[in-house]
Design a protein around this ligand. Sequence first.
Ligand code: BGC
Length: 747
Amino acid sequence: MVICLSNHLNQSKMIRTLVVLILFFKAGLLLQAQNAVPVYLDPSKPLEQRVENALSLMTMEEKVALCHAQSKFSSKGVPRLGIPEVWMSDGPHGVREEISWDSWGAAKFTNDSCTAFPALTCLAATFNPEMSLIYGKAIGEEARYRNKEVLLGPGVNIYRSPLNGRNFEYMGEDPYLSSKMVVPYVHGVQQSGVAACVKHFALNNQERWRDHIDVELSDRALYEIYLPAFKAAITEGNAWAIMGSYNQLRGEHCCHNDLLLNKILKTDWKFDGTVITDWGGAHNDKQAALNGLDLEMGTGTDGLTTSSQSSYDYYHLANPFLKALKAGEVSTDVLNDKARRVLRLIFRTSMSPNRPWGSFGSPEHSKAANQVAREGIVLLKNDQQILPVDIKLYKKILVVGDNATRRMTLGGGSSELKTKYEVSPLQGIKNAFGAQAEIKYAMGYAAGSPAYGRELPSKYNLDTLRNEAVRMAKGVDLVIYVGGLNKNYLQDCEGGDRTQYNLPFGQDKLLAELLKVNKKVVVVLISGNAIAMPWVSQVPAVLQAWYLGSESGNAIASVLSGETNPSGKLPFSFGMKLTDYGAHSFDKLCFPGDSVKEVYKEDILVGYRWFDTKNIVPRFSFGYGLSYTSFHYGKASVDKPKYTKNDVVKLSFTLTNSGKRKGAEVVQLYVQEKTPSVIRPSKELKGFSKIRLEAGESKVVNLELPVSQWAFYDEAGKQWKINPGQYVINLGASSRDIKQQIPVTVE
Ligand code: BGC
């Protein structure tokens, strides 16, 4: 009995000990659980696991909040889970100044003056993908320093008409060139943990009626001309974001366009990133929910300033979306897909463990801007080798033109920049030549200051300005004319197109008058578009100098003085007159449309494809640009006479710098199918390379051309197709300066 009792006591003691132990174990587990880092916060976990984990912890409301703006340039994160907001900035030439939370006004920060890089037309004119990488890396670092998750750029809409107000933000008329140039830009930006947002997808090829114009074009034109650069940015560049365009394609706005976003982008190209609207580009609840849009940003809101509730809650992807989800009208899969894509953006940028620090307004960035600017300037004409300026011959120089002093980083719309500095052409010229020559300036013509959607007249009298410039030009040894377009409304500017092909502000007349009193007029054109040049035969030299950003004047002077030997080539054709362009060869329905619809009647024949196929001689052709030295092309050969569709043609030849200065030549390869089964352009760029050579130096140039890239889009079969047969590879220094033709057979 005693034994029994003691046994019983021992047993209950043991049970108690066991219970205590279990409790301790449980508490330990709990403590461990409390201390454990959730998967989404664990940087060692793969991105997709982090995204899925975060998604599993979120409410429906939190997911919807990811899908629309909370301010002009930001959208919500998930505050409860410590997932940060998304901050964006324009793009594409520098990081835009801070904008107010809820209006388009400047936020008036004092630490947001950026480096302005050259406009993308200039970048394209370098024909040098290495420059794209330098550019992307530098602008990405600036965006990172400013704590942006998304840089709204680059733009790759194709140059269809020289009237398009935004051509300066794009990379020219050729899908191959823009594809090759956009990829390294995207890589460069994203190295800093900032998403590049390629824009405007797609067919935003004019500003007039951009909010609603419905583009009608063939599948061939869509696939062969207007989509390739976007495709390259996504499939090769791995861009993390893309911006829908304002216009419509086949009856649906491109910001929620089933064909473009669901089918082509997300299915065919397997895009796993975020589709962002252009600001205010969504128009329809159902389409916004179902047609591939992920994040709605906006313009049309008075936001918190005039309402007790946030107007952003009334966006298509805000309350209406939530309501439809709750009513079961839209599946939660749709919501999860959008939220997942926005989370991916956040985990790739602000929540990436590998995100480097940025830098802003640094000497390295100025150097990058300067390098791109110098490489992109195109020498269009140079009679009697008047350039480079031999300063011993010119003791009195007159600089004429409003563009010599105008700040070109101002205006233009959303790409406008507040810069740390901007060297004007006049300042650059003074710095380069001022010690050896007397430099005077005459404004010559004037334009008002830039204003969004409005033309502000100038306070100056054009006759007075012209007379003064002509009087001053009489007594000088050299006139450097710095003119062109500017960033005012109806020039190179968002929200409107140019109204004429000729130079504005009386410049044609001014140039004609100047030439009457002085033949030595060097014309420096600052523009993002081609222009008519009725005076061109009379001027000895013309430089196409684009919008060059902070280093503008330094780069221009460097080319004028010969310190830099120009090596830029035109990324679009300069037609003699407007009606020479394909888009302007038909009726108004073809350009600018009838305000409802626009039909791309020139089809695939855009830019030089039109000029060459129709035998229209342009003023200056695509790919054209002179140098201060000369190049000799040796005989080219290919590795085989016959190829299959999967082969790569290996072409080689010797290039010699036959002049007296070191320089760089862009060698270009254009392919033609001899007996096509459908209309094909007489030439299509399929390869290029920039070769640097010392004076007298020779190099063997090796170029590779994948035959697969010679395909056309077969509308009947809805796929890319290569016909067997005869092809010609045209090797040249421009689309019209063909040095050799190499026939090859595709079996
Ligand atoms: C432009 C976009 C720009 C956005 C934000 C729109 O008007 O079309 O290119 O990124 O505004 O500024």
